[in-house]
Design a protein around this ligand. Structure first.
Ligand code: 5GP
Ligand code: ZN
Length: 115
């Protein structure tokens, strides 16, 4: 676990976050700069640089991240109206934190394709 990594520090409790849900392996917390009424980040507690690296190394963990994403959508009551799960990966996707995370975005209509 890297202390240089912002999300590892949130897992450690060194940086506070508004936690929505937690399992043994996954943490879900509200994005500090919400882009929608519901904007929750779902992360594995262990460090992987991005979702593809996580899925390649530990497919079961990737499944747990997806399951928690579905759970927090229910907790925020956006499961009926719909929501988006986004894994930004690399520069063209504007990934800024290199610890795998799923954005769960909902509570408003969204355009497709994204900008
Ligand atoms: P990315 O651009 O890498 O897909 O998304 C990173 C997300 O992490 C951004 O939406 C950003 O607002 C969020 N973020 C960055 N630092 C923090 C933080 O310290 N706390 C929380 N809750 N969110 C953060
Ligand atoms: Zn990390």
């Amino acid at each position: 676990m890297s202390t240089e990594c912002m999300f590892c520090r949130i897992v450690d409790g060194a940086i506070p976050a508004t936690v929505v849900h937690e399992t043994d392996t996954v943490l879900a917390f509200r994005d500090i700069a919400a882009q929608a009424p519901t904007h929750i980040l779902v992360i594995p507690k262990v460090h992987y640089a991005d979702a593809a690296a996580m899925a390649a190394a530990d497919p079961a963990l990737a499944g747990e991240v997806l399951a928690v994403a579905g759970e927090v959508a229910k907790l925020d009551s956006v499961n009926a109206t719909g929501y988006r799960m986004v894994f930004n990966t690399g520069p063209d996707a504007n990934q800024t934190v290199f610890h795998a995370h799923c954005h769960v975005l909902g509570g408003r209509g969204m355009t497709w394709p994204p900008g």
